[in-house]
Design a protein around this ligand. Structure first.
Ligand SMILES: [Zn+2]
Length: 211
């Protein structure tokens, strides 16, 4: 069931505004979990993934869950990330963003370059498909997915795109046993195209775009 884009954008904007207001109120009362500060090394890595297409330092990223709602999983609204049980940054000698944080920042990128419509679309995908909403290989296996990768109609599903970005990051920095598993040549092409698209501000590069 396609969601009309203007309505979906309005729903995404409304959800974001409500969540940010609730977050500010919780913060004012000392109930919000702490903000995650991004060290310079992490910002460098994120610039290598997203280029200048988003500013991760401008996003409110909180380590923990929404006050009174102990959700383990992370989520992202256009300007607000709650990491749930994920630490967001790992490593002490050389801190790195976790693949989960990169997944959530991919949603922030979508909010800017796809539109707030990504919020209701992602919810719809999760309800309809469950965990397989994140399976980007399933999208590549479909002829439509291949077309989307080449800039065809429809583009990438929201969660599969965010997970592809996250897995590309995990593969680049050697996060062992990433959810993606072994990466073959087709996977590498998809990852390279997705990362090039991020920096160019498009979900999928145009046909013939260098990646
Ligand atoms: Zn997601």
């Amino acid at each position: 069931m396609p969601v009309l884009s203007p309505l979906a954008d309005a729903a995404g904007i409304a959800l974001d505004a409500i969540a940010r207001l609730a977050d500010r109120l919780a913060d004012r009362r000392g109930l919000a979990p702490p903000r995650l500060a991004l060290p310079p090394e992490v910002l460098d890595d994120l610039r290598g993934v997203f280029g200048d297409a988003i500013d991760p330092a401008a996003v409110v990223i909180r380590r923990g869950h929404v006050p009174g709602v102990p959700h383990p999983r992370a989520f992202a609204l256009p300007g607000l990330i709650y990491l749930g049980s994920d630490p967001g940054i790992v490593g002490t000698d050389r801190p790195r963003a976790t693949p989960t944080l990169v997944h959530e920042l991919a949603h922030v990128w979508q909010g800017r370059h796809v539109g707030p419509r990504y919020v209701p679309r992602a919810l719809f995908e999760q309800v309809r498909l469950g965990r397989s909403a994140y399976d980007w290989r399933r999208v590549l296996d479909r002829p439509a997915g291949t077309a989307a990768l080449r800039g065809g109609r429809g583009g990438w599903p929201i969660e599969a795109h965010a997970q592809l970005v996250s897995d590309a990051y995990a593969a680049r920095y050697g996060f062992a046993r990433a959810a993606a598993g072994p990466v073959d040549a087709r996977d590498r092409r998809a990852m390279a195209a997705a990362l090039a698209g991020l920096r160019a501000g498009v979900v999928a590069p145009r046909p013939g775009a260098s990646v």
